[in-house]
Design a protein around this ligand. Structure first.
Ligand code: NAI
Ligand code: MG
Length: 503
C-alpha cells in the first residue's frame, strides 16, 4: 500500500541518496561542527527517511557570521530593488519547476496527503514568493511636515539586518516561505532553523535559493534541535530579529532569550484554539462542511484549526452528527496514496500527545461521536494514524476545549445567542482565527467585531492570502505576517532631519 522509492520522482531519489544532508552556511554545504547527525522519519511507516546534520551553537555562530558578512558587505542589500525582485521571481519559477519534488519530500517527511502538498503547500509557496517578489520596489518611506523651522524631514525603511527564523513542522515549506520571502524582499539576510521533525524541504529550498542566484550567505539553513540550535539562534548577540512559529511555550522562551541577550526584535505566531460558530440561520450544508474541513484539514495540525465548533442549540444535534458522519467517511492512509484524505500525524510524540487528549475527552464528560482512538487497520499500525474524532456534549471549560491538541479532534459546544457565543469564544488563552456561519448580516458583523482573533472568516474558513495580514491576539502571538505588515516586521524606520540653512 505504501508507495516505494521506485514510485518517487527521480529528483526525490537523488536528493535522498548519498549520505546525511548537510547544513547550508555561507553558500556551502557542510557537516555540523560536531559531525553529529539525526534521523528524520516517514510518519506513514515510522521508518527512517534520511539522516541530517545536527547543527548546534557553533554552527549557528558560523551561520550568523556568514549572514552578517552578507548583510554588511555582500551584494544582496546593495542590489537594486528591481534586481532583488527578479531573483525572487526566479526563485518562485524554480520552485514551480521542481514542484513535484517539493511535494513528495513534504509528504514523505510530514505525512500530509500529496494532493494537499501539491496544491496548497507547494502552490501556496510559489504564490507567496511571487507576491513578495513585487515588494522590493515598493518599500517606501514618507516625507513628514514637521514643525521645526527650516528643517526638512523624511523617513527611510531599511532592512532590520540578520534574521533568525525558527519554524514548525506542520507546513514545513510554506512556513519557510512565509519567513524568508518578506525578509529577502527588503534585503535582510537569514539563518533558517527548520523543525527537527521535517527538515528536508527547507534544505531543498536552500539549494533552490542558490540556484536562483541568491548570493551566498544570504540564506543559511541550519538543521538541528530546538533546545540547542534553536536556542543558540534566539540568544545570539549578533542576530537583529527572530521570527518564530510554534508553541506558545517556546514563544515565551524566545522572548526570554531576546530579553537576556541583545533585545533583538521578536515576532511570534503561536498556537490557537479557534472558535468556528454555526448559527441556526446559516446555510447548514455549507456550514457543516466548513466546520468539518476546518478541523480535519492537515489532520488538525494547523494553528487556525477550528477546534471548538460552537453550534446554536436548535441545530446542535444535526451539525454534530453531520461532522461525525463526515469524519467516519474520510479515507485514512499514507500521504503518497492519491486517494488519502487523512494522513498520519507528524511524529510519535505528536501521536502520544493527541491520544492523551482522546483519552481525556470521555473522562471530562464529552461523548465520542466518531473516532476516539488510533487507527486499527493492520497496514496503518506502524505509522502515526489516529481516527478523526468528534467530541459532543463538550463544554468550553473542559481541557479538550481549552488546550491546543493539534490533531483531528474537535469539541462541539452548544450556545444560546450572540452574546453567549462571543463570551465563550473569547474565553480562551488564544486569539488566532475564528469562523462565523450565518445568513444574518448583523450577526456576522457583530460577531466579527466581538471576537478577539487575528482573522475572522464569515461563511468560509481557513483561507489565507499573501496580501492579507495574518497573526494573533492574546497568547497567539506578536506581530502580523503577510502583506505590508510583513514588510514592517523586517524593516526599521529611520527619521532623517535636514537643516535647510538660513538663506
Ligand atoms: P515547538 O514550539 O517546540 O517547535 C517549533 C520550533 O521551535 C521547532 O523548530 C523547534 O525546534 C523550535 N524550538 C523548540 N524549542 C526551542 C527553544 N528552546 N529555542 C528555540 N527554538 C526552539 O513545538 P512542538 O514541540 O513541535 O509542538 C508542540 C505543540 O506546539 C503542538 O502540539 C502544537 O500545539 C504547537 N504548535 C503550534 C504551531 C503553530 O503553527 N502555531 C506549529 C507547531 C506546533
Ligand atoms: Mg520527518
Amino acid at each position: 500500500m505504501v508507495m516505494t522509492v521506485r514510485d518517487l520522482d527521480p529528483g526525490v531519489t537523488a536528493f535522498l541518496a548519498g549520505g546525511a544532508k548537510q547544513l547550508l552556511i555561507g553558500g556551502r554545504w557542510q557537516e555540523a561542527a560536531s559531525g553529529k547527525t539525526f534521523a528524520t522519519h516517514n510518519p506513514a511507516t515510522g521508518e527512517e527517511l534520511a539522516r541530517v546534520a545536527e547543527g548546534d551553537r557553533e554552527d549557528i555562530d558560523r551561520a550568523v557570521r556568514a549572514a552578517r558578512q552578507a548583510f554588511d558587505a555582500g551584494p544582496w542589500p546593495a542590489m537594486t530593488a528591481a534586481e532583488r525582485s527578479q531573483v525572487l521571481w526566479k526563485l518562485a519559477d524554480l520552485i514551480e519547476e521542481r514542484a513535484e519534488v517539493f511535494a513528495q519530500l513534504e509528504t514523505l517527511d510530514n505525512g500530509k496527503p500529496i494532493t494537499a502538498a501539491r496544491r496548497d503547500d507547494v502552490g501556496g509557496t510559489v504564490d507567496y514568493f511571487r507576491y513578495f517578489a513585487g515588494w522590493p520596489t515598493k518599500v517606501e518611506g514618507a516625507t513628514i511636515p514637521i514643525s521645526v523651522p527650516n528643517t526638512f524631514a523624511y523617513t527611510l525603511r531599511q532592512p532590520v539586518g540578520v534574521c533568525g527564523q525558527i519554524i514548525p513542522w506542520n507546513y514545513p515549506l510554506m512556513m519557510a516561505a512565509w519567513k524568508l520571502a518578506p525578509a529577502l524582499a527588503v534585503g535582510c539576510t537569514v539563518v533558517l532553523k527548520p523543525a527537527e521533525q521535517t527538515p528536508l524541504s527547507a534544505l531543498y529550498l536552500g539549494q533552490t535559493c542558490l540556484d536562483a542566484g541568491i548570493p551566498e550567505g544570504v540564506v543559511n539553513v541550519v538543521t538541528g534541535y530546538g533546545d540547542t540550535a534553536g536556542a543558540a539562534l534566539a540568544e545570539h548577540m549578533d542576530v537583529d530579529k527572530v521570527a518564530f512559529t510554534g508553541s506558545t511555550e517556546i514563544g515565551r522562551t524566545i522572548l526570554r532569550a531576546s530579553s537576556i541577550s541583545n533585545l533583538k526584535k521578536v515576532s511570534l505566531e503561536l498556537g490557537g484554539k479557534s472558535p468556528n460558530i454555526v448559527f441556526a440561520d446559516a446555510d447548514l450544508d455549507l456550514a457543516r462542511e466548513g466546520a468539518a474541513a476546518g478541523i480535519f484539514y492537515n489532520m488538525g495540525q494547523d494553528c487556525t484549526a477550528g477546534s471548538r465548533v460552537f453550534v446554536e442549540a436548535p441545530v446542535y444535534d444535526d451539525v454534530a452528527q453531520y461532522i461525525a458522519d463526515h469524519a467516519k467517511k474520510l479515507k485514512l492512509g499514507p500521504g503518497l496514496d492519491e486517494g488519502t484524505e487523512i494522513g498520519p500525524l507528524v511524529s510519535q510524540e505528536q501521536l502520544d500527545r493527541v491520544v492523551g487528549y482522546l483519552n481525556l475527552g470521555p473522562q471530562e464528560g464529552a461523548r465520542v461521536l466518531s473516532g476516539g482512538a488510533r487507527a486499527t487497520e493492520p497496514e496503518l499500525q506502524s505509522g502515526y494514524f489516529v481516527r478523526p474524532t468528534v467530541f459532543a456534549s463538550a463544554r468550553n471549560e473542559m481541557r479538550i476545549a481549552q488546550e491546543e491538541i493539534f490533531g483531528p479532534v474537535v469539541s462541539v459546544i452548544p450556545f444560546r445567542d450572540v452574546e453567549d457565543v462571543i463570551a465563550q469564544g473569547n474565553a480562551v488563552a488564544y486569539g488566532l482565527g475564528a469562523g462565523v456561519w450565518t445568513n444574518n448580516l448583523q450577526k456576522a458583523h457583530r460577531v466579527a467585531a466581538g471576537l478577539k482573533a487575528g482573522t475572522v472568516w464569515v461563511n468560509t474558513y481557513g483561507g489565507t492570502d499573501p496580501a492579507l495580514p495574518f497573526g494573533g491576539f492574546k497568547q497567539s502571538g506578536h506581530g502580523r505576517e503577510m502583506g505590508s505588515e510583513a514588510i514592517h516586521l523586517y524593516t526599521e524606520v529611520k527619521s532623517v532631519l535636514i537643516n535647510l540653512g538660513e538663506n
